[in-house]
Design a protein around this ligand. Structure first.
Ligand SMILES: *[C@@H]1O[C@H](CO)[C@@H](O)[C@H](O)[C@H]1NC(C)=O
Ligand SMILES: *[C@@H]1O[C@H](CO)[C@@H](O)[C@H](O)[C@H]1NC(C)=O
Length: 137
């Protein structure tokens, strides 16, 4: 065990490895077009002040969907502020995001993240696939 290794271990203990904190148990989930789908996330330590979800369509930058301080209601931003389409449930350390009536534009990778001071810690992400007939006009 050399000194660099030890430093690395200490660094990881001090800053906590994101993957250990934020668990998105499913790498991908397939939803039926028009049905509801729940994306699971749990955050193992809850002293982080803000919990968030990001949506990333392949080939585009991630977009900030919602933030939740663990106390009041979650705040859905911009186009995500649509109660008929998005819902977040928090029980203890879990922060599941439900998409109601899934549509093709919902196909994306969804990241659960915690904002803690100047750190942003991300989960591994869950890819949402939508299965069903496309309307061809
Ligand atoms: C994230 O993905 C890596 C690589 O597949 C895996 O080793 C790790 O356990 C995953 N982390 C969590 C928190 O699920
Ligand atoms: C999130 O989903 C998991 C798995 O279905 C469930 O065990 C957990 O209770 C859910 N959490 C909330 C807050 O609904």
């Amino acid at each position: 065990m050399n000194r660099l290794f030890l430093l690395n271990v200490l660094f990881c203990i001090a800053y906590e490895i994101p993957a250990q904190l934020i668990v998105q148990p499913r790498l991908s989930v397939t939803a039926q077009l028009g049905e509801s789908v729940t994306l699971q996330c749990s955050i193992s330590r809850t002293q982080h002040s803000t919990f968030t979800w990001f949506k990333q369509v392949i080939g585009q930058p991630p977009v900030y969907m919602l933030k939740y301080d663990g106390k009041s209601k979650p705040i859905f931003l911009d186009e995500f502020n649509d109660k008929s389409h998005f819902k977040m449930q928090n029980i203890q350390s879990s922060f599941n995001l439900t998409i109601l009536k899934a549509e093709n534009p919902d196909m994306a990778v969804y990241y659960c993240a915690a904002l803690s001071g100047s750190h942003v810690l991300f989960g591994n992400g869950t890819t949402l696939l939508i299965k069903g007939k496309l309307k061809v006009n």
